[in-house]
Design a protein around this ligand. Structure first.
Ligand code: NAD
Ligand code: IPM
Ligand code: MN
Length: 362
């Protein structure tokens, strides 16, 4: 049967602590379900590599990673030594753009056993997806600073919304909504204040909606949408948003379910022309890095998402879907019964939590 080659990139900070737990769980699942996973480790795409070489990645990074079936990625960024825009534009944002990973799929779920910071919410009340545009929008390096260093300084930062780029993320979100029981799609907008791109974005959503008469579509301004994440999270099913709005919603959503230490993501190239990338939503967490206390579940769940994505490949071997489901079940059991890391109110270490989940898969 075919094997999968997976690039394993730890990055910085807690990326180096949670990645090994994710690999441990994937290896346990691969053994149990007879999946041939081969991990290839890369030291680059890290601030350590940058400080040694002056670059975030070697010149042939794209050729090296193009040979992979997927990329399993920790977190990058160490702002104490490397400015964030250098480390991120030199690695993660390059992957997303050059591998055309135009969907950033970010599930938000309240689990049994996880204290919810919102009053009177139980598991089942919060269960939705943020579908974030991942290659354009507000994330650009177009613009500049005029008259730098003077009183006349003016900064221009452009946003880019292409019809191709917008329609493909909307289409993905409509189809995802169609696959779900409630068939409800929330479109994040800001057509009152952002006067050009957002009314246009709404128009693209309206045009797309004509093709999906069974989906109820709800356009909401990003400000009130944030408020409703907190006040009425049960009304969301699939939420589609531009790059920056989706970034913000995908930290807010998981915060409403207790901790961002659980939140996974898939940076997807749905056509599979390039490898897709799976990573926690969170970053390198310099404030807790090196202490061995980070929650590894976001990393582990991202690994399950990777198997789920690979399972849908035309030539996928059997077992990937079962492995995905088993990892999710193990995560749920550990969240119910412990051990728990500090962000979940416990005292367990990263390794103890990883061991517990891997142990359930053995
Ligand atoms: P962060 O997500 O790294 O941390 C935010 C807060 O959440 C911190 O208090 C941290 O301790 C906590 N936290 C995060 N993950 C946790 C986990 N698994 N378990 C327990 N607590 C956890 O966000 P930040 O502080 O804004 O960014 C730090 C660095 O990470 C920056 O360099 C930033 O650019 C980078 N970053 C990278 C990614 C990525 O690689 N995808 C994502 C976000 C931020
Ligand atoms: C994320 C992160 C990145 C983003 C940063 C690190 C560039 O916050 O994956 O959510 O904004 O996309
Ligand atoms: Mn983010």
């Amino acid at each position: 049967t075919r094997s999968f080659k997976i690039a394993a990139i730890a990055g910085d900070g807690i990326g180096k602590e949670v990645l090994p737990e994710g690999l441990k769980v994937l290896e346990a699942a691969a053994r149990r379900f007879n999946i041939d996973l081969e991990f290839i480790h890369f030291e680059w795409a890290s601030c350590d590599y940058y400080l040694k070489t002056g670059d975030m990645m070697p010149p042939d990074w794209k050729a090296q990673l193009s040979r992979m079936d997927a990329i399993y990625f920790g977190a990058v960024g160490w702002p104490a030594t490397v400015p964030d825009h250098i480390s991120l534009w030199g690695s993660l944002l390059k992957f997303r753009r050059e591998f055309d990973q135009y969907i950033n799929l970010r599930p938000v779920r309240l689990f049994e056993g996880v204290p919810c910071p919102l009053a009177n919410r139980k598991p089942g009340d919060i269960d939705f997806y943020v579908v974030r545009e991942n290659t354009e929008g507000e994330y650009t390096n177009l613009g500049g600073i005029m008259f730098p260093g003077t009183e006349r300084e003016v900064v221009i930062q452009e946003s880019v919304f292409s019809r191709h780029g917008t329609d493909r993320v909307l289409k993905y979100a409509f189809e995802l909504a169609q696959s779900r029981a409630r068939k409800h799609l929330t479109v994040a907008t800001k057509s009152n204040g952002v006067a050009i791109s957002m009314p246009w974005w709404d128009g693209r959503a309206d045009a797309m909606a004509l093709g999906y008469p069974d989906i109820t579509v709800d356009k909401q301004h990003i400000d009130i949408l944030c408020a409703r994440f907190v006040l009425q999270p049960q009304r969301f099913d699939v939420v589609v948003a531009s790059n920056l709005f989706g970034d913000i919603l995908s930290d807010l959503g998981p915060a409403c379910t207790g901790t961002i230490g659980l939140a996974p993501s898939g940076n997807l190239n749905p056509e599979r022309s390039f490898p897709s990338l799976f990573e926690p939503v969170h970053g390198s967490a310099p404030d807790i890095a090196g202490k061995g206390i980070a929650n590894p579940i976001a990393m582990i769940w991202s690994g399950a998402m990777m198997l789920g994505f690979l399972a849908d490949a035309p030539d996928a071997p059997g077992g990937c879907r079962e492995a995905h489901d088993a990892i999710l079940a193990a995560i749920e059991q550990v969240l119910r019964e412990g051990p728990r890391t500090g962000d979940l109110g416990g005292t367990a270490t990263t390794v103890e939590m990883g061991d517990a989940i891997a142990g359930l898969l053995a």
